[in-house]
Design a protein around this ligand. Sequence first.
Ligand code: NCD
Length: 304
Amino acid sequence: MRHLLSIADLTRDDVERILETAEALQDVDEKLPALRGKLVLSLFFESSTRTSSSFELAAKRLSADVMSLKAAGSSVDKGESLKDTVLTLAQYDPQAIVVRHPQIGAPLLVARHSNAAVVNAGDGKHQHPTQALLDLFTMRQALGVLDGRHVAIVGDVLHSRVARSLIQALALVGANTTLVGPPTLLPRGIEAMGCETASEIGAIAAADVVYVLRMQRERMESAFVPSLREYAARWGVTPERVRPGQKVMHPGPINRGVEIDGRVADSTDSLILEQVRAGLAVRMAVLHDLLASDSPVRERAAVA
Ligand code: NCD
């Protein structure tokens, strides 16, 4: 693994290796020297709370130097292109660049214009691979083996990079996925990714995990549902619609009372805060896999 741009680039072995490393790293509470002397550049051209903070902390826990740049306040505000920003920052010789950008394919462009390992932290509605990995990690900790398990992904699949990455990741580990939501928010032909679709919220009943998506209003050019109130009434995940023991997840940020009822988000079956914790361990594992000199990937690359 030279970059992590998409779940489609990973084999099942890659996923297993990263999750195993994350498991080993999750309880380490001291700083590890693995990435001492390496520079991790974090470029966020879209808002982020969880992803940017966990990448930064993950890099620091591995003793890397971290430099974070946000679009607001940088020369992007002055019209500098992504290519020129990357060519500029590449002069500091970063070993890794973590990038979030509203445009699909932006991380690939970054990879083409620098020698760094690039991690896609979300590009438009395309991919968000580390989110899918941390979601698998969280599910595995709660449920054990995921082979044959059933996950219902509910809501705005159309605009969701999280859903696209997660559908692929679940297929890799042998889990079954049903997408549930208004037909206007389920992309036509998405079943080809190896999942089923349903338009009635009752379809979540059989799932081991109900994975709730945020309505991505910032990516909607027109109205896909009559109103948020109507969406909540028909597809909102409420206490009446989940059963005890059924696990509930959400990548955050949550909109209480829209896609998820606050009582569900705060219930003992909610894994939402576990996901945040998993994000740190999994992002440490990803950076370690890409950069540490003793990582299996580096050794393989050296032999090749
Ligand atoms: C998601 C994202 O930005 O793609 N959030 C995240 O990374 N935790 C999902 C969202 O914004 O709804």
